[in-house]
Write a protein that binds this ligand. Structure first.
Ligand code: PMP
Length: 285
């Protein structure tokens, strides 16, 4: 089945869809994106994703490409046209098309909007979660504005590839103070031996993950202890459990960090419980 993308006002077959070579997303990575999980044909936590999208755009002084309710219609339509029951929807907004020049365009240009959706393999994801993933740690080398969900992802791309080349799946960045910030495409968590669920504050150094924010609700409802503080790789090596969160993976257990086995080297009960319970606390639309 051919896939359909929404591109600047039209629903197009992805094989024919294209954007202008002078799109500032292409020239300067001058844009932002969002990824939402699709489950049972519904979009998970869309309002929170759209709030973050508006914030990212605001920080870059890019206008919303269309009113919020129209954007919701487009997103649902892309999911429907691609018949995705389980997968992800991706949306990207760039500053638009203008002759290449670092300054913002003098004349108002329309922000460019692309929305795509694709199916993921549910069983494969469950299998990965049942065995857990490996993580490596690497020095933080991103700009300080990682709170903006920018499409400028070169450090993240290099980090993920380095992880893969080392036989791992994710890379955790470690800042100048020796603390883990986050994964290249996920937020980082540990569980202490006395059962505290720990992740660093989203005030700085990380993207405020939507999965992260929903998970804090899950943790509170299950009356688990939540501790928002930074942790070092050394603390993580000795933790009872570790896991990462992202919209496409929800809660994904981590079973090794820099080749150190976490706990007994299998996904832990806290991560597994949080993964199972997660969708009871998310909003479907
Ligand atoms: N941090 C980074 C760098 C990410 O790329 C992602 C996933 N997009 C996350 C955290 C997790 O965010 P979310 O839970 O909103 O997917």
């Amino acid at each position: 089945m051919s896939r359909i993308a929404y591109v600047n006002g039209q629903y197009r077959d992805t094989r024919e869809a294209s954007v202008n070579i002078e799109d500032r997303g292409y020239q300067f990575a001058d844009g932002v994106y969002e990824v939402c999980e699709i489950r049972g044909e519904k979009i998970v936590d869309l309002p929170r994703h759209l709030t973050r999208l508006q914030r990212s755009l605001g920080e870059l002084q890019i206008a919303m490409p269309m009113p919020l309710n129209s954007l919701e219609v487009v997103i649902h339509e892309v999911v429907r046209r691609n018949r995705v029951t389980y997968g992800i929807v991706y949306l990207q907004v760039t500053r638009g098309v203008a002759r290449r020049d670092h300054f913002f365009p003098i004349h108002t240009v329309r922000p460019a909007l692309v929305v795509t959706a694709r199916s993921l393999n549910f069983e494969k994801n469950q299998k990965t979660a049942a065995s857990g993933i490996g993580v490596i740690t690497i020095p933080e080398n991103r700009w300080p504005r990682v709170d903006i969900k920018s499409i400028a992802l070169l450090p993240n791309v290099l980090a993920k590839q380095q992880a893969r080349d080392s036989g791992a799946y994710e890379a955790w960045f470690v800042d100048a103070e020796g603390h883990v910030t986050e994964g290249a495409s996920s937020n980082a968590w540990i569980v202490t031996s006395d059962g505290k669920v720990v992740t660093r504050s989203a005030d700085r150094g990380i993207l405020a993950g939507i999965t992260r924010s929903v998970l804090t609700d899950v943790i509170a409802s299950l009356q688990m202890t939540f501790e928002e503080r930074p942790f070092t790789p050394e603390e993580a090596y000795g933790a009872a459990e570790a896991f990462v969160t992202a919209a496409s993976q929800i809660v994904m257990p981590v079973v090794s960090i820099d080749k150190h086995l976490i706990g007994n080297g299998a996904p832990g009960p806290v991560a597994q419980r949080l993964r199972e319970q997660f969708h009871k606390f998310s909003a479907f639309s």
